[in-house]
Design a protein around this ligand. Structure first.
Ligand code: SF4
Length: 435
């Protein structure tokens, strides 16, 4: 469940099970052990995590049902859900297999439920090996968050910032490059804090890491996951602009286009600073893809505040916006506010922003029609009875290219060509690239 960091961590756990001789079966099938890597970022995520745990219990009442991750960290001293046998928090989940085997050994009629909490704030993941069929690899470089945005439960679930040892990250990426991975995505809970716990300026630490990854043979693309506008100083942006492998795709988290709301969210930038960061990126990169997250219906957000957000969105012109209706998370500052926005109003605001972002996304994509571009092939798809390869450009524009059995087309390959038209949210790539 949840974010890229969770899926990275689950890959790790999956491989630990395989190493110990366990065989993975589809979640829908009867199994001896079910592991749910949970998410609690919103009420919906929380509910879905519970549903998966209950589904597991129903699938095999005799199985061990294990909940790991943020949902467990957020439990506090509350009773754990009756569907769960074993609850393991974020810091302890790397040893998930060990804890499950201990529980299996001790299990009797009366064993009951067990909660395992790990050491805080230690980055100790071992790098996972390449997951077959992956064309890009998420690389976790950081964990935890010290920001405490007033609506967010993550700092309570993930703990304080902790950065991964740079040599460890480099070793993982070199290994992945040797096994054919061409694109890496640097992920974390708050990547913009990378290096801070080591007393470094995040801009310096991140630029140094990116510059070293740029040198790795076989890696063709480096993508950054969600980052904050404050990291986009002139020095940082002019530094990363020299890295030819860095994807000009920046997921610059905004959350609101209204300064009053940003302040109440405890987001530590203004719309003016955000605009400056975007303008700086547009000065240093050709048509950078600016994507973002926006929360609608934050407590106290008036229709005027929301209108301010809409006009800011129109001014900036985003490629994609992930729209989140505000989700009240017990334990956060915003949850205590009396001026909660009604669900119907949140729904209406989401709809308005989703229509706007669909329009902006189409306009951005179509800028590339007629342009030479390159996509990283990921999978095939059928369209109008024909088979196409689907892939993304460095700006994360989705393109399709006709399957041509006479050409060596395969997942993980980079294919050059010219975009000749649009087709259902994708661009059609004309390619006779023999490589
Ligand atoms: S920066 Fe804010 S929204 Fe992001 S994880 Fe930290 S507290 Fe949550």
């Amino acid at each position: 469940m949840g974010c890229k960091v969770n899926s990275y961590e689950l890959d790790l756990i999956r491989q630990s099970f395989a190493k110990e001789g366990y065989r993975e079966v589809p979640f829908e099938e009867k199994a001896d052990i079910y592991v749910v890597n949970t998410c609690t970022v919103t009420n919906i995520a929380d509910r879905k995590s519970r549903q998966m745990l209950h589904r597991a219990r129903k699938e095999n009442p005799a199985a061990i049902v294990c909940a790991i991750g943020c949902f467990v960290d957020n439990l506090g001293s509350a009773d754990i859900d009756p569907a769960i046998d074993l609850a393991i928090d974020n810091r302890a989940k790397k040893d998930c297999v060990k804890h499950i085997e201990a529980y299996l050994r001790d299990r009797t009629e009366t064993t009951g439920q067990r909660v395992i909490r790990g050491e805080k704030d230690v980055f100790s993941e071992r790098p996972p090996l390449l997951t077959p069929g992956r064309t890009r690899a998420d690389i976790k470089i950081q964990d935890g968050c010290n920001q405490f945005c007033s609506y967010c439960i993550i700092p309570y679930a993930r703990g304080r910032i902790v950065s991964r040892d740079e040599e460890d990250t480099m070793r993982e990426i070199v290994t992945l490059a040797e096994s054919g991975i061409k694109e890496v995505v640097l992920v974390g809970i708050h990547v913009s804090s990378y290096g801070k716990d080591r007393g470094e300026e995040p801009q310096e630490a991140l630029l140094r890491l990116l510059t070293r990854i740029q040198m790795i043979r076989g890696i063709e693309r480096i993508r950054l996951s969600s980052i904050e506008p404050r990291i986009m100083t002139e020095e940082f942006v002019s530094g990363i602009a020299k890295l030819t492998k860095l994807c000009p795709h920046f997921h610059l988290s905004l959350q609101s286009g209204c300064d009053k709301t940003l302040k109440e969210m405890n987001r530590r930038y203004t719309t003016a600073e955000y605009r400056e960061s975007v303008e700086r990126l547009r000065r240093h990169f050709r048509e950078p893809a600016i994507t973002t997250d926006i929360i609608v219906g934050f407590p106290g957000e008036t229709t005027e505040d929301f209108a301010t957000t809409v006009s800011f969105v129109k001014e900036i012109g985003f490629y994609q916006i992930h729209v989140f209706p505000y989700s009240k998370r017990e334990g956060t500052v915003a949850a205590k506010r009396k001026d909660q926005v009604p669900d119907a109003e949140k729904k209406a605001r989401s709809k308005e922003l989703l229509l706007l972002t669909a329009e902006q996304a189409r306009a951005y994509r179509e800028k590339f029609i007629g342009q030479e571009e390159e996509i990283l092939l990921e999978e095939t798809t059928e369209q109008d009875g024909k088979t196409f390869w689907v892939g993304h450009t460095m700006r994360y524009v989705e393109g399709i290219v006709r399957e041509d059995k006479s050409l060596p087309q395969a997942a993980g390959m980079l294919i050059k060509g010219r975009f000749t038209g649009a087709s259902g949210g994708r661009l059609l790539l004309q390619s006779d690239d023999p490589s």
